[in-house]
Design a protein around this ligand. Structure first.
Ligand code: NAD
Length: 352
């Protein structure tokens, strides 16, 4: 299998190096090496060449079995143009409509909620990834004056809403889960979110074995903190999903722990940690690589290499239990040492 690796900017470089180490070790242990092909697309590359990604860049990515990304974002590119082209562009061009963000607490010591354990924080968020307010339709009139009008449209199509809701139910059924919760703001956003309501009810009717509930997004944000144990699968739109998965990241121990996939089922998909490029930490051996490494496990899971995905998760969990972690989650190790600790745990079963 061929994987495009875009380490990107800032700590994206640091954490991707560790994910690559882990994936290389997996290939050696399981005897099915991945071809990991680095692509230089980043702020550095853009500043040196003026090119964010080549004209055939999206077609190039389609030739790979999957794409792995570290993070994109650099203060030297204030309009974030390269990140928009490389990351958002790939989401749109490859039609990666499912943003798959598992929220799984691996060690109860990492949970900021009092008295909550691993059983209380174990759910999956499916965020619609190609529509909503992120399509950048709108404009500014009389910009820079006191008469300025700024319009940012939210796009909801039947096709887009239908396919993400269907994906959430299909995932629940395939994984033996019985609860799906859809979150919208249909009480206030009475046009677009009425579509979510209608489609959700129609799709839910096809899954009698699954309890389909609905919460307004503000209530869901509150319940994620108060009672996260009630959720198995959450499905929501692009903006709300972006926000609630940061709450999810916090419930797991912080952004450094959160993994994600941007999927078009059956086609080339993209995997990345939820966090950004955290410029103040970049190149200092401080970034937590676990979110990136867990994202590589999601990639293997999606590619059907389930045993390897589980082995990575187990190795991360074992490293956490042993306190082999970076300082953001209470440890004393650096980025590279955490990567080494996880690789050691992956190799150990074979060596013993
Ligand atoms: N998917 C992406 O590539 C992505 C996502 C979010 C932000 N960004 C970009 O990243 C840049 C920085 O954004 P930001 O500061 O808002 O978000 P960020 O995720 O980079 O950092 C937010 C906070 O979390 C901490 N943090 C994040 N990841 C960590 C890790 N692996 N280990 C330890 N601590 C970690 C940072 O120290 C910081 O305090 C911006 O240019 C932004 O546009 C990119």
């Amino acid at each position: 299998m061929r994987i495009a690796v875009i380490a990107g900017d800032g700590i994206g470089q640091d954490v991707t190096a560790e994910a690559v180490k882990v994936l290389t070790a997996m290939g050696e242990v399981y005897g099915e090496p991945l071809e990991l092909e680095p692509l230089p697309w980043s702020a550095d590359h853009y500043l040196q060449t003026g090119v964010t990604l080549p004209p055939d860049g999206y077609d190039m990515l389609r030739q790979y079995d999957a794409v792995f990304v570290g993070a994109l974002g650099d203060p030297r590119v204030p309009d974030n143009r390269h990140a928009r082209d490389i990351l958002l562009g790939t989401r749109f061009e490859l039609d990666l409509y499912v943003n798959y963000r598992p929220v799984r607490l691996l060690d109860e010591r990492l949970c900021p909620l009092k008295g909550r354990g691993t059983a209380d924080v174990n759910f999956v968020v499916f965020r619609e990834n190609t529509e909503g307010v992120y399509v950048s339709i709108g404009g500014r009139f009389k910009a820079g004056t006191e008469d300025e009008v700024a319009i940012q449209e939210e796009i909801n199509t039947w096709k887009g809403v239908n396919r993400i809701i269907r994906h959430a139910f299909a995932y629940a059924k395939a994984h033996g889960l019985t609860k799906v919760c859809m979150a919208d703001k249909s009480n206030a956003m009475q046009q677009g979110h009425a579509l979510w309501q209608r489609v959700y009810k129609e799709v839910a009717a096809e899954y009698p074995g699954i309890t389909a509930t609905h919460q307004y997004i503000d209530a869901l944000a509150m319940f994620l903190v108060k009672d996260p144990g009630q959720y198995e699968v959450i499905v929501t739109n692009n903006l709300f999903g972006d926000i609630v998965t940061d709450i999810g990241g916090a419930l797991q121990g912080g952004l450094g722990m959160a993994a994600s996939g941007n999927l078009h089922p059956g086609k080339t998909s993209l995997f990345e940690p939820v966090h950004g490029s955290a410029p103040p930490l970049a190149g200092r051996n401080l970034a937590n690589p676990m979110g990136a490494i867990l994202s590589s496990a999601l990639m293997l899971e999606t590619l059907g290499r389930l045993d390897e995905a589980r082995a990575i998760e187990d190795a991360v969990k074992a490293a956490l239990m042993a306190g082999e972690t970076t300082t953001d989650i209470g440890g004393t190790l650096g980025t590279r040492e955490v990567g080494d600790a996880i690789v050691r745990r992956i190799r150990r079963p074979v060596e013993e």
